[in-house]
Design a protein around this ligand. Structure first.
Ligand SMILES: [Ca+2]
Length: 84
């Protein structure tokens, strides 16, 4: 799933209180967030305050309650996908 504008689908906002992978990472260059796997630079990211804060230890983006957090890519979260 990609966040490419300021609108978050209302359906997404009703998700259970769990974290989901949203297909973004800064693993190649720390601090430069890109869509995964295309590596297209992110144009919009809905970070919660004080995120990202994990540095080289947290290179994948996870959605949680309306915002994105940087997390270690080894976390066992479910993927959040979008339909065409
Ligand atoms: Ca990082």
């Amino acid at each position: 799933m990609t966040f490419n504008n300021t609108k978050i689908n209302p359906v997404i906002e009703t998700l259970e209180a769990a974290r989901y992978w949203v297909g973004m990472r800064d693993e190649i260059t720390e601090g430069l967030w890109a869509h995964y796997p295309s590596e297209t630079p992110m144009s919009y990211m809905k970070w919660v305050n004080n995120q990202p804060d994990g540095g080289r230890a947290s290179n994948c983006g996870a959605y949680y309650r309306g915002y994105v957090y940087d997390e270690p890519c080894s976390q066992n979260y479910k993927p959040l996908c979008e339909m065409p």
